[in-house]
Design a protein around this ligand. Structure first.
Ligand code: SAH
Length: 841
């Protein structure tokens, strides 16, 4: 089986982690899916037309991609094996050749001598190795998927968990161990293994630590959970009428395929015959065969472009029929099925292959001694399921890399890595790569011939679920883990599953809050308002409703802003109360920016002899601290430092400001920016220390903030006394513009020069291209729009603190929007609403 790892032997070591392995699945869109190309046809074998000894002159392409050595087709006459004798007698008594499908079925599952029937074919000693045998994480992640679906099914008390073709039973063992903490789930399970091979049934029995129930040898109890396990030869034998979850990993590819080839006579089926030399050979059928009906059906699902190119087609009526049976069951009993296999999101041309002892061999050579398998045709599964039941929906295919990544395999690998020795760590890393990587592992330092080869892109996952269950994880519409991280082989997310213990609850809350952000439809309604009371009425149905309901008419913009800000502060405090370290420090960092603004506001106000109380009312409540009023007595920077030191965490940032003793307007602006620079750099370092996804995402967000401030400092200081050197000192020492962009910005003398600098940086080109020359008015809005876009993206990934930062920033933008709309409405300037409102979703 090409789909399986050919040369690599399993170094699978079982690891347990103290952390629970279950991580909430991500929400992911996988709209456009890469399809693995058909293998190039690099070799061909000769074909003769059935019934004629003359060569038909037609060649049949056979897949030889990835071959380590050419097929060893032995022409030495060897005594016929029992299976060969059987196949020859079938051909003889049939009076003509048999289809490739019939040949395949006999070779694999003939009860006496089929390939699977009498032995363990997996692992280093066998012919191939599969994902569950590569790493325990595979079965564990399938466990995650299964528990998620069970939850979506409403946690039924009884579920039939069916596995088709369980091999050694490894996937099921890992699934049961991984989900063992979910008692309600494991107690609901009745396991049904559909397995044709008595030898493999025995192995499954052994690996699942089963003890027989005296009443039936086809039923046993698996310890330690005491789960009942039943064996069946076909899916039809499994009792229906109970909510069902079906798993088929590398099962479909073992189902027989018919092969067709275009010839001058039209489409002919490729058949297996016995030649005059008594060897098997391929021939083409002279007449249409019954399987042609399925060919016609399959072609109705093909795209015109696909059809145009077809020379060979491989179809699997058994797969279509099996899918129909699955879909009908799921449609009537509820639940879902997961199919993972080597295959294509398109029609398959010619993929049948034989593998013996980890090498490709000729399909017709010594049948029964090598595994036969074919690519899985995922569109045909999809269409068959949809045709069979209106009650099911089909999702995917997506690549295995996307599938496992979105379910959180990164976090699982990390949890395991924290509790293992060096050898186990190496085995985990290479196992991880084989499951989710693509091609050779970039990090590999061991011997070349053992380089882990990733299967993440070549294997595809598809789910068929009952419509009542909604969309299964991780096929929902938002990507969670960016697959580029996976593909780079970066095992990030080292905060891992422990995240759920400390941060999972709050993350769920903030994700819930996010759903309450005003939508474009809300904004459209608000824009229709005639006065502020109308606005209040529209907001009454939102989270702000209770905060505004007791406000008397006529309302003022300031009241709306004040109350909405109060709501934001309440939500923030709620999160802070629930947070433990280091999340609480992270949340504190979010408000330092407001503290800085408040300090600056009070100092500037007192410099201009404003009333302290009035100033305090203007302060942002998120940046409040107890002794804020005392700031008003500060006469110089040193005093200010002393006062701030007492009651805020900003003190360290002040040390840079102490070079100036005076407090004049210019120095205050320098102070503000110096404080902000120190704060951003500090926050940036803190996030880096947190590592994982938090560091990745916050680095992006804070870098954007640092760059935006650098641009604003530049523009605001053009034409002032600030020297180039002093200007440069105010820029934060990180971000996309650091360091070269800073050098260039420091010398800009007008807005067009700033634009010239910024247009060199692709992420900022779009922002600056929105501005016309010589103007900067639209710049704020363009930056806000870009910021909102980045903040929304932060929600597409899980297990990081960036969502808290993003949520707070989005809420602040929302309040800015409400302020602007209220002002426009109050001043009868509704036409200007769109000048400043930044839409979010
Ligand atoms: N899922 C396992 C094994 C894949 S090999 C893994 O990933 O390791 C295919 C499995 O399907 C074997 O257990 C084989 O015995 C079984 N099998 C193949 N054809 C079958 C059929 N027609 N009916 C029932 N079981 C079949």
């Amino acid at each position: 089986m090409l789909r399986r790892l050919l040369t690599q032997t399993s170094s699978r070591r079982l690891l347990s982690s103290k952390t629970p392995f279950f991580s909430k699945p991500s929400l992911s869109p996988f709209s456009s899916l890469p399809s693995s190309p058909d293998p190039p046809s690099s070799a061909s074998s000769h074909v003769e037309e059935s019934g004629s000894s003359a060569a038909a002159g037609t060649t049949i392409s056979v897949d030889r991609s990835g071959l380590f050595n050419p097929p060893d087709h032995s022409h030495e006459p060897t005594p016929d094996s029992e299976l060969v004798k059987h196949l020859k007698s079938v051909i003889k008594f049939r009076g003509g050749p048999i289809s490739v499908a019939e040949y395949m079925e006999e070779v694999l599952t003939n009860p006496r001598s089929g390939y699977y029937m009498n032995r363990d074919v997996f692992g280093a000693q066998g012919d191939f190795i599969t994902s569950p045998e590569v790493s325990q994480m595979f079965g564990e992640m399938i466990g995650v998927w299964t528990v998620c679906l069970w939850e979506q099914m409403g946690k039924p008390e009884r579920v039939n968990l069916i596995e088709l073709g369980p091999g050694r039973g490894t996937l099921m063992v890992d699934l049961l161990r991984g989900t063992s903490k979910f008692r309600n789930f494991t107690e609901s399970l009745h396991i049904h293994l559909v397995e044709c091979s008595p030898a493999l049934q025995k192995l499954q029995h052994q690996n699942l630590k089963c003890t027989d129930e005296s009443s039936s040898e086809k039923k046993a109890i698996s310890s330690p959970a005491g789960t009942p396990v039943h064996w069946h030869a076909t899916l039809e034998e499994v009792p229906s009428g109970v909510p069902t979850i079906i798993i088929a990993h590398e099962f479909y590819d073992a189902l027989p395929v018919h092969q067709f080839q275009k010839s001058p006579r039209g489409w002919c089926e490729k058949m297996v015959d016995v030649g005059e030399d008594s060897q098997f050979r391929f021939v083409l059928s002279p007449q249409p065969t019954p399987a042609a009906l399925y060919l016609v059906k399959r072609c109705t699902w093909a795209t015109p472009e696909e059809k145009e190119k077809l020379e060979h087609v491989e179809i699997s009526p058994k797969s279509m029929d099996l899918t129909q049976e699955i879909a009908k069951r799921i449609g009537s009993d509820g639940g879902g099925a997961l199919i993972i296999d080597y295959g294509k999101d398109g029609i398959i041309s010619d993929s049948l292959q034989a593998i013996r002892e980890h090498k490709f061999v000729n399909i017709l050579d010594d049948p029964g001694s090598a595994d036969l398998s074919a690519y899985v045709d995922f569109p045909s599964i999809k269409h068959s399921a949809e045709e069979a039941s209106e009650n099911v929906s089909v999702h995917g295919p997506m690549t295995q890399s996307q599938f496992l990544g979105s379910l959180g395999i990164n976090f699982r690998v990390d949890a395991l890595l924290q509790n293992c020795d060096d050898e186990q760590a190496e085995s985990l890393r290479s196992g991880y790569w084989r499951l989710v990587g693509d091609g050779e592992a970039p990090f590999w330092e061991g011997p070349d011939e053992q380089t882990p080869i990733g299967m993440g892109e070549r294997y595809l996952a598809m789910a068929i679920v009952n419509r009542n269950q909604g969309t299964p994880a991780p096929f929902q519409s938002l990507p969670c883990l960016r697959s580029e991280y996976l593909l780079k082989g970066r095992m990030y997310g080292f905060e891992a599953l422990t995240f759920n213990i400390h941060g999972g609850y709050l993350e769920a809350i903030v994700r819930g809050h996010r759903a309450g952000l005003l939508t474009t439809a809300d904004y459209n309604n608000l824009c229709q308002c005639e006065n502020l009371d109308d606005i209040k009425m529209h907001l009454s149905a939102t989270k702000y409703g209770s905060y505004l309901q007791n406000e008397p008419s006529p309302l003022h913009t300031t009241t709306i802003v004040e109350k909405c800000t109060l709501k934001l502060v309440d939500d923030y405090k709620h999160m802070l109360c629930q947070a433990t370290e280091p999340m609480s420090t992270f949340l504190e960092y979010i408000r330092y920016g407001h503290m800085i603004d408040n300090v600056v506001l009070i100092v500037t106000g007192t410099l201009h002899e404003r009333d302290v109380q009035e100033l305090i009312e203007k302060c942002h409540p998120l940046g409040m601290f107890d002794s804020i009023a005392t700031l008003a007595v500060a006469q110089n920077m040193r005093e200010l430092y002393r006062l701030v030191l007492v009651d805020t965490p900003l003190a360290p940032y002040f040390s840079e400001c102490l070079t100036s003793e005076d407090l004049d307007d210019m120095n205050i602006e320098i102070m503000r920016n110096t404080l902000y620079k120190a704060y951003l750099e500090d926050f940036y370092k803190f996030c880096q220390k947190l590592g994982g996804a938090t560091s990745e995402i916050m680095s992006d967000l804070l870098a954007f903030e640092a760059d935006r401030r650098a641009v604003n400092i530049t523009i605001n200081s053009i034409g002032t006394e600030l020297t180039r050197e002093d200007r440069k000192k105010l820029y934060s020492n990180f971000g996309l513009l650091y360091p070269y962009g800073h050098e260039e910005l420091a010398i800009c003398e007008d807005i067009d020069q700033v634009r010239g600098v910024m247009e060199k940086y692709p992420p900022y080109q779009a922002i600056f291209s929105k501005m016309s020359y010589g103007e900067s008015q639209m710049l704020d809005k363009a930056f806000y729009e870009e910021e909102v876009r980045r903040l929304c993206l932060a929600f597409e990934q899980q297990f990081h603190y960036g969502v808290f930062f993003a949520y707070m920033r989005l809420r602040e933008q929302e309040i800015r929007n409400l302020m602007w709309i209220s002002e426009c409405v109050a001043q009868n300037q509704k036409s200007r609403i769109h000048d400043s409102v930044v839409y979010m979703f």
